[in-house]
Design a protein around this ligand. Structure first.
Ligand SMILES: Cc1cc2nc3c(=O)[nH]c(=O)nc-3n(C[C@H](O)[C@H](O)[C@H](O)COP(=O)(O)OP(=O)(O)OC[C@H]3O[C@@H](n4cnc5c(N)ncnc54)[C@H](O)[C@@H]3O)c2cc1C
Length: 283
């Protein structure tokens, strides 16, 4: 719990929030489902960003889906705006996050920044090559999601900087995506989460993405395995080689739910099946 918490700000503009975050021992709170449970006894001030209208939006045009940081996961899941390959994929993944009551609270930005091993949307963002707009008041920088995830958001974001928006490219015919997670019961934490994306051009794989979580401690892109697919034919042999590489190139998170050996074997099968499904969808 936040034992030293003495004040909560409710700014209505990004500029105001970023200024308040420059105060010592302050932190952002959005949905609060992770922040409120933190055992951080240094935090004295919380900056609640859910009253900033500019951060709560969801739109899609021909090239990009824009997800405001405080958009709830339920709003994404139930959106009638999101369509097409990327839109339907993001909706599908959002629908697997927790249960309805929690989805009404968890925000897109909080889900990305908290970066827990069971976080689902960051895996989809990695597969879709999303970008993240970070704001320090008016100044902003747009960075690739893989950069912010690899650096960890806590280290990547500067003092007074927030995630304002997630930008997801819209893919067209010729691209297929797949998401799957292994979970013992709907309300347990997952053991393995996998997302893949394949783009085919003239019968060859022109782009491949393989992302995972839960088997790892944080969301991860299996770039060595992806490289084995690019420029190749989508044959069973090539898919199997990439799945084997993915399974042999990650650092497995220890967990009482399953041994490393079990996870490695099942992860390899899940990556293979996910790639097969993405390829089928891309045809
Ligand atoms: C019982 C339970 C089950 C869950 N199951 C799942 C699941 O199956 N899949 C899944 O993906 N998630 C799941 N979650 C949600 C996940 O664990 C996190 O709690 C959630 O993603 C955090 O989002 P939030 O909006 O509540 O963020 P908060 O708790 O408000 O914040 C989380 C962190 O991000 C920072 N932060 C928030 N927004 C921003 C921003 N815009 N800019 C900069 N920093 C920011 C905060 O300072 C804090 O450090 C579950 C949560 C619970 C409680």
């Amino acid at each position: 719990m936040l034992k030293k918490l003495t004040q909560v700000y409710h700014p209505t503009t990004i500029e105001e929030a970023c200024k308040q975050l420059c105060e010592a021992k302050s932190a952002v709170i959005a949905g609060g489902t992770a922040e409120a449970l933190k055992k951080d006894d240094t935090i004295e001030t919380l900056v609640d960003i859910t009253h900033i209208k500019e951060l709560n939006h969801l739109s899609q045009d021909a090239s990009t889906i824009k997800i405001g940081a405080t958009t709830t996961v339920q709003d994404i899941y139930k959106s009638e705006t999101l369509k097409g390959i990327s839109g339907n994929f993001i909706k599908q993944v959002a629908g697997t996050v927790a249960a309805t009551a929690l989805r009404n609270t968890i925000t897109a930005g909080g889900n990305l920044v908290a970066q827990l091993w069971w976080s689902d949307l960051p895996v989809a963002y990695l597969a879709l090559d999303a970008e993240v707009v970070c704001r320090t008041g008016k100044p902003k920088r747009t960075v690739s999601v893989v950069q912010i995830i690899n650096d960890t958001p806590a280290k990547f974001l500067k003092k007074g900087e927030i995630v304002a928006e997630i930008l997801v490219p819209c893919y067209n015919k010729g691209t297929g995506c797949d998401f799957r997670k292994q979970i013992k019961t709907h309300h347990d934490y997952p053991t393995i989460t996998v997302a893949t994306r394949i783009t085919l051009k003239n019968g060859m794989i022109s782009e491949a993405r393989i992302a995972c979580n839960a088997v790892t401690s944080t969301p991860f892109r299996c770039q060595d395995a992806e490289k084995l697919l690019v420029g190749k034919k989508p044959t069973a042999e090539n898919i199997a080689k990439a799945a084997e590489k993915a399974a042999s190139s990650i650092k497995y998170r220890e967990d009482f739910r399953a041994s490393k050996e079990y996870k490695q074997e099942v992860f390899q099968v899940m990556v293979r099946r996910s790639l097969e499904a993405s390829i089928e969808a891309a045809k």
